[in-house]
Design a protein. Structure first.
Length: 152
């Protein structure tokens, strides 16, 4: 089974719903599937089974799918703050505040963490249903190696 990528034209386009539905349909056909979202912007989060913090949407998707929840499903979480700043949660742990400019400047340092999370899930599940962040242009933030895993 190949992994599946879901992209939309913008935020709030229904990617999370479609990601969950596809993963659930795969499970109903006997395929061990889970969800993945490399980066999520949300002030709503929950504590995963491994004690890490992940976006509430990923948590509920996994809960309904019956998957163990972990930071691997949501390696980067941004929690909106004031004055173009956000709390940056990496591997389920808050690492500090970032402004938008410094976040994008440091994006290359986060790519290996995203790849680590995805590769872990890729080894554990027959199919990872990966949801893009925002529009399709979000692909530019993924490493080429991670994209290769999506299409193995």
């Amino acid at each position: 089974m190949h992994n599946i990528s879901i992209f939309g034209t913008s935020s709030d386009a229904g990617k999370s719903t479609l990601t969950f539905i596809i993963a659930k349909l795969l499970q109903q056909r006997g395929i061990d599937a889970t969800v993945f979202k490399a980066q999520n912007v949300s002030n709503n989060s929950s504590v995963a089974d491994d004690g890490s913090e992940i976006a509430i949407s990923t948590f509920f998707q996994s809960l309904v799918l019956g998957c163990e929840t972990s930071w691997h499903q949501n390696p980067i979480l941004l929690k909106s703050g004031m004055k173009n700043r956000a709390s940056l949660v990496v591997r389920g742990e808050e690492v500090g505040q970032k402004d938008v400019r410094s976040y994008y400047h440091d994006l290359d340092t986060l790519k290996p963490i995203v790849e680590e999370g995805f590769c872990y899930l890729d080894q554990k599940y027959a199919c990872v249903v990966a949801e893009g962040a925002g529009g399709l242009c979000g692909v530019k933030s993924a490493s080429k190696r991670s994209l290769k895993y999506l299409h193995r």
